[in-house]
Design a protein around this ligand. Structure first.
Ligand SMILES: [Zn+2]
Ligand SMILES: [Zn+2]
Length: 344
């Protein structure tokens, strides 16, 4: 079969490799679509220690079952599925608390196991979620992305979330803003440097689109305070991964507000005003990946049309993979999410 092989920093090529063989409890899938994650781009740049070359990446995907191993119950050949790629141990304290995404023993398909930038991939049957017929492969490959955005809110300490600031209108920012709208936030600010992304954010329900091209770190904070009549927001989501924007997220909060950090790769540790944190009872926390419950809810929101994923993802032929990765890290232009689709 054909596979997009990661061979080292900025090195990727299409190779001919052996197809995966079916093993007990597993299904072999013919890949439908596999989306490129921001974390895959970090891997491509050699900044993801867990991605050891040679590796087939791809953890956001759909496929059709073509073979089933012994004891693989609940699925049939021909079923279309999407996959929760995080394999947690189920026995550690974090797993027992339901916090499977931070299981210290977890492994991920496409990181520690061969992923879906290929014609075929092997997955545990227990990780498969059947796709309704009307959910296409591109949309199905976005279930994983939306799960990340849902996890932010799933773990929030707040009751009602009325005002939200989202820093960065990439995939995660655009999804977080839609979840904020879905759960009833009435004021939603989104910041970005690209006018096309801000326009998309507005069309998806952002009430305030804040252009941050001027590089003034106070500008977005002031705009968020203007939006909230000088109060600050209940929840700020940092979906970029820079030190300066992490600090901005905390400064955008109202009293008792919560900043959630999602973006990877910040250059340096952030500075937090500890006095303000005490006096204003601020919460700053991280959000990592998702649980199976987030995943199931994500699929439900996409299949019922509550969240628009179709307008942020475009399809490209898997054979173009090496060029697409280079483009996404060097000059993405209007591209937000790219799904690689193997030719038949
Ligand atoms: Zn991902
Ligand atoms: Zn565990």
């Amino acid at each position: 079969m054909r596979a997009l092989m990661y061979l080292g920093t900025r090195q990727m090529e299409m190779q001919e490799v052996e197809e995966p063989r079916v093993t007990p409890g597993h299904a072999v899938l013919k890949v439908g679509a596999a989306s490129i994650c921001g974390s895959d781009l970090h891997g491509f740049l050699g900044k993801s220690a867990k991605r050891v070359p040679p590796l087939i990446m791809g953890h956001e995907f759909t496929g059709e079952v073509v073979d089933l191993g012994r004891g693989a119950e609940g699925l049939s050949v021909g079923d279309r599925v999407t996959i929760n790629p995080i394999l947690s141990c189920g026995r550690c304290d974090e797993c027992l608390r339901g916090r499977t995404s931070i299981c210290p023993h977890r492994t991920v398909i496409g990181i520690e196991h061969p992923g879906a930038f290929a014609n075929y991939v092997s997955v545990p049957v227990a990780s498969c979620f059947r796709l309704p017929d009307h959910v296409g492969d591109l949309e199905g490959s976005m279930v994983e992305s939306l799960s990340n955005a849902l996890h932010i809110f799933d773990r929030s300490l707040h009751g009602f979330i009325r005002s939200v600031a989202v820093i960065g209108a990439g995939t995660q920012g655009l999804l977080a803003l839609q979840v904020a709208r879905h759960i009833g936030a009435t004021r939603i600010a989104v910041t970005d440097r690209m006018p096309s992304r801000l326009a998309l954010a507005t069309s998806m329900g952002a009430t305030h689109a804040i252009d941050v091209r001027s590089d003034d770190p106070d500008g977005p904070v002031e705009a968020v305070f203007d939006m909230t009549d000088g109060q600050g927001v209940d929840l700020a989501v940092e979906a970029v991964g820079h030190t300066a924007t992490q600090e901005q997220a905390v400064r955008m909060l109202r009293q008792g507000g919560e900043a959630v950090l999602l973006g990877l790769g910040a250059e340096a540790p952030m500075a937090i005003d500890g006095v303000a944190m005490v006096n204003r009872e601020l919460v700053v926390r991280g959000s990592y990946a998702y649980t199976s419950l987030d995943f199931a809810y994500s699929l439900e929101l996409i299949s019922t049309g509550r969240i628009d994923v179709a307008s942020m993802v475009v399809e490209r032929d898997l054979e173009q993979g090496p060029g697409i990765f280079a483009k996404l890290v060097d000059d993405p232009g209007d591209l937000i999410k790219v799904a690689l689709v193997p030719g038949s």
